[in-house]
Design a protein around this ligand. Sequence first.
Ligand SMILES: Nc1ncnc2c1ncn2[C@@H]1O[C@H](COP(=O)(O)OP(=O)(O)OP(=O)(O)O)[C@@H](O)[C@H]1O
Ligand SMILES: [Mg+2]
Length: 290
Amino acid sequence: MDESPAEVDVTMSQVAAPLAIEVQEASENDAATGEVVFDLHDVNVYYGQALAVAGVSLEIYKNHITAMIGPSGCGKSTIVRSLNRMNDSVSGFRLTGECTYHGNDLYASGVDPVEVRRRIGMVFQRPNPFPKSIYDNIAWAPRILGLKENLDERVEKALRGAAIWDEVKDRLKTSALGLSGGQQQRLCIARSIAIEPDVLLLDEPCSSLDPISTASVEDLMQELKRDYTIVIVTHNMQQAARVAERTAFFSLDVSEGRRTGILVEYDETSKLFTRPTDKRTEDYVTGRFG
Ligand SMILES: Nc1ncnc2c1ncn2[C@@H]1O[C@H](COP(=O)(O)OP(=O)(O)OP(=O)(O)O)[C@@H](O)[C@H]1O
Ligand SMILES: [Mg+2]
């Protein structure tokens, strides 16, 4: 609800795979035993007649960072946008299969997509602050939701949570458009967390950022996962390896002239990058793909 439709720039710029990817040591979070937030079972997504993604089954765990990687067009954005009903407004969009959120069917009749997006926030590839002041960017969604009490505190908490408070506290009334790209992206994260969602979906949040801003957004994700469940789409495999407990590798199945996205492998990140079970995953993570 706090975003205009994404203007997603489709690039393959970061697909060139490294030959060696450093992965995190397994942490206590690695075990797939946590609380399930999203449970997808045999999900298919169509745009009109075209089957864009087929047969996706996966579980996403609470307070984990889950990464989605794979070549352009394999359906990463489609799946991540399906998790907060962001595709509803796309004409011809249709989802079949089961997609539950804390055990509730996200696509059941009667589910309010606006409420879904309140709980499941989204940040896009290009920072997209509103042409308003820094303060008003953060206060916008709380005001719409009637959360007007202690608004100053709420704004400060969100900006602190997104690790940008110190940089903006003396210029809250100035335009958000005057911030650097990295600051704008953290502002957009602050805007998402101002209404205290449950989940943050990040679709290539660092692809327009320099390495320093990227590092600060990655640090921020590590902080945020204490309170939030995070799903990140990234073309940067080192980034997936650095931040995510679990990684889903999607690819394209090409047959009869049709290109359909499929989930090839989903596992703990360390396993997916060092001991993948599928040859296609191995080829991709070692750079032999494409
Ligand atoms: N709004 C739409 N209308 C029609 N087809 C779409 C739409 N959005 C995506 N598609 C198609 O669905 C497929 C998956 O696209 P998607 O954007 O999910 O891929 P992706 O993995 O996010 O790619 P990228 O890495 O380039 O961002 C593609 O074939 C794409 O053309
Ligand atoms: Mg995408």
